[in-house]
Design a protein around this ligand. Structure first.
Ligand code: MN
Length: 749
């Protein structure tokens, strides 16, 4: 708290040169050599460029640049970072350009300054949590080089420290932004110190009363708390020493915002807040951590449910420690965090410290109070002297969002898209309706083609029109996100059914022809209907439509057709074989069977010899007449038989007599039908399959090509009566390509 008050002193009389010399002296006496002339040149450039500008407190603007560089130096950043921090506002606030900086200090420094400038230009408006998370990710992704974000945090830290001179509106909006963006960023990077300070500074302006209530309360308890803390510290350090445990203990009073958050999250007043103080015990090894934990739990009663092991399960920002809360003397609870020096470095200085250990810098040499403690970057550079410093920072580039891109809507919402996304992806992410009625796109105010690849921080605007033609099929290839493609396909499915059916049909037919399958064959009921059933289509048009809008791959359908055709061919072959065998058996049987034909009554004659004519093969139910042959009894014809019709007006007229069917008939009668069909492969098999499926008793089946692409198939079969026969004939009409089914004796055309 004392620190914060000191920062509020006006700096109108600050002498930038003296301030800079102090910084330079700090760097000079620091553990690592830097090119001090180069740093001085950067300072001079910044001083010159900002010479006419003043801070709100009246001090020369460049004092802010020195302060930011100073914080960066404390964070242990490298020479380029110090140089860039000194120049961090020149692109934004002065006529100097990227090229000016690059010319004097190199590409790296110029890029970093430009990166900081880009972050500064991002428009911020308070949004719901998800938006904030996206905005933070966007800033990280935009930074590319981690030094950009570290300098931005240093910049913000100094601005927050000097916020007293800003207008109340600006204080509030900057504090909100700090609380929602920069403190969480510092947290993500594992920089606890920066996070705490940013949070406490923001809270002062966001809820001054709440802030001061806690500060005053802490002040009033300060004597008591300090006495308590030193007593506890002594107690723990004595005991640890007794146990032969090498450990360093630090006590602190928790930062204001963490107390504030607890009070409001748990709706309790400050007197009920647990653990206002926390101790940190730092040891050499992980086993020591658990050993110390055992000792602490032996000394004090632990509060149930407050033990957390972040050593076995580190936090996402790589934070490791064991936490516990125990009850100290007078029943006052306090928190204890136990960690190794390595874990401590990670907690204090963030992901940067992690890099150092990950690269195997060996056993920890970092100790609290050691000048080296902030020098992780420098040491990292030394540890890989062979490679270029630029390479190192290139590797340190923030690629955690490499597969994502973050852009703004015109309203300032951050939209998260897959890397490589285009305005089409953006439009469909906003709403399907926006995508479907899109007629153009602007990025950062300029019209761009639909396949323009969006960059982090772009402001994307979609122009829509009620009379838009809707998406084109090309968009399916341009869109990067699956959800945009799905929405485009849905549009085609819904809006363009007729078109899809035509398109799907021709796609299927083309693909079938390509595979050597005739569409007629593939679309036969027995082939296509099981396929549609499996894919849950009710009508062939639905299948075409699905192919048309891309919902079903046409190759998939053709594969299925091929399978079904294979099955059907095998089935038909079996059916035909069965039918042929049965016909053969019946033929054999008929030859043996010599019994006389029954079932015919001849008018005026009993027991006369009767036979059925071959020309028209009548069956019971047919209207019949008899012809008295010479010496071979009566021959039975159908009344519609050609031969009968031809002979009634001739000299034979008198030989026709009336005949009729007996009342009860149990025999089967042989008859012949003739099927005219478009000649094609598989026709006879199809006919056989149908006959087999209705159990027709076939005796013979012969087919012949009669030219003009027509085939005649005659089938001789046994039936009981004309009704059975008509049924069989009607079924045969359903065979694809069949044009007519007629009985013999009627003449065929
Ligand atoms: Mn600045």
């Amino acid at each position: 708290m004392a620190d914060n008050n000191a920062r509020m002193q006006p700096k109108s009389n600050a002498d930038p040169d003296a301030q800079f010399e102090a910084l330079l002296e700090k760097i000079r006496t620091g553990p690592h050599a830097m090119d001090l002339d180069r740093i001085r040149a950067a300072y001079e450039m910044a001083r010159e460029a900002h010479s006419t500008q003043k801070r709100k407190d009246g001090s020369p603007y460049v004092t802010h640049c020195i302060a930011a560089a100073d914080i960066c130096s404390d964070m242990g950043l490298d020479e380029d970072s110090i140089v860039a921090a000194l120049l961090h506002d020149v692109i934004e606030d002065t006529p100097l350009t990227h090229a000016d900086i690059a010319k004097k200090f190199g590409q790296q420094v110029a890029d970093i300054v430009e990166g900081v400038t880009k972050l500064t230009r991002v428009q911020y408006t308070s949004k719901e949590d998800e938006q904030m998370e996206n905005l933070r990710k966007m800033l990280m992704a935009m930074s590319k080089d981690i030094r950009v974000i570290l300098i931005k945090i240093a910049d913000r830290l100094h601005n927050m420290r000097t916020m007293d001179y800003q207008s109340p509106d600006k204080q509030r909006s900057k504090s909100l932004e700090t609380m929602e963006i920069y403190a969480p960023l510092a947290h993500h990077l594992g920089m606890q110190k920066a996070k705490w300070e940013l949070e406490d500074l923001s809270l002062q302006y966001l809820d001054p009363e709440g802030y001061h209530e806690i500060v005053d309360n802490l002040q009033s308890k300060m004597t008591q708390l300090e006495a308590f803390m030193s007593a506890m510290e002594k107690k723990m350090s004595d005991r640890l020493q007794e146990e032969g445990c090498k450990a360093t203990i630090y006590g602190r009073i928790k930062h204001v915002y963490s107390i504030y958050r607890k009070m409001y999250a748990q709706k309790i007043d400050m007197s009920s807040i647990f653990d206002l103080c926390a101790f940190r015990i730092i040891v050499d090894t992980i086993p020591d951590c658990y050993n110390v934990l055992g000792i602490i739990h032996d000394m004090f009663k632990p509060v149930p449910g407050r033990f957390k092991d972040y050593i076995s399960t580190p936090k996402p920002n790589m934070y490791q420690s064991v936490h516990t809360t125990v009850i100290g003397s007078e029943g006052i609870p306090f928190e204890v965090q136990i960690r190794t020096w390595d874990m401590h470095a990670t907690a204090e200085y963030g992901i940067a410290a992690h890099w150092k250990y990950k690269l195997g810098d060996g056993a920890s040499t970092v100790h609290e109070g050691d000048e080296d403690k902030f020098a992780w970057v420098r040491r990292l550079l030394e540890s890989q002297q062979e490679s270029d410093a630029a390479d190192f920072f290139h590797n340190l580039k923030i690629d955690m969002f490499g597969d994502e891109v973050f852009v703004f809507s015109p309203k300032g919402d951050v939209v998260n898209l897959p890397a490589g996304a285009t305005p089409i992806d953006f439009a469909y992410t906003i709403h399907s309706q926006v995508g479907n009625s899109m007629v153009g796109a602007k990025v950062n105010g300029s019209i761009v083609p639909y396949d323009h690849v969006l960059q982090n921080g772009d402001i994307v605007e979609i122009r829509t029109s009620k009379s838009a033609p809707g998406p084109s099929r090309d968009w399916l290839n341009i869109a990067k996100s699956g959800s945009a493609r799905t929405k485009i396909k849905q549009w085609f499915k819904k809006e363009r059914r007729e078109e899809n059916i035509i398109r799907g049909r021709s796609m299927l037919e083309d693909e079938l022809k390509h595979s050597g399958i005739s569409p007629d064959e593939a679309l036969a009921e027995e082939i296509i209907s099981p396929i549609m059933k499996r894919l849950s289509f009710n009508a062939v048009d639905d299948l075409y439509a699905a192919i048309g809008y891309g919902g079903v791959a046409v190759a998939r359908i053709v594969n299925r057709v091929r399978d079904e055709l294979k099955n059907a061919a095998a089935e038909r072959k079996t059916a035909f074989d069965k039918m042929a065998q049965a016909a053969e058996r019946r033929e054999q049987q008929a030859k043996k069977n010599t019994k006389a034909i029954h079932g015919i009554l001849v008018e005026g004659l009993d027991n006369c010899l009767v036979k059925f004519s071959r020309c028209c093969t009548p069956v019971p139910g047919d209207d019949i007449v008899g012809f008295i042959t010479r010496g071979q009894g009566v021959s039975i014809h159908r009344r519609d038989c050609m031969n009968y019709q031809k002979s009634i007006d001739t000299e034979n007229d008198g030989r026709w007599i009336r005949v009729s069917w007996a009342e009860s008939i149990t025999d089967s009668y042989l008859t012949t039908i003739v099927i005219a069909a478009k000649d094609r492969s598989g026709l006879v098999l199809d006919i056989a399959t149908i006959l087999n499926s209705i159990n027709a008793k076939v005796r013979t089946l012969t087919a012949r090509d009669v030219g003009y692409g027509t085939a005649l198939t005659s089938v001789t079969l046994e039936v009981r009566n004309v009704q059975d026969l008509r049924y069989i004939m009607s079924r045969l009409l359903s065979v694809p390509g069949v044009q007519s089914v007629k009985r013999n004796g009627q003449g065929q055309s």
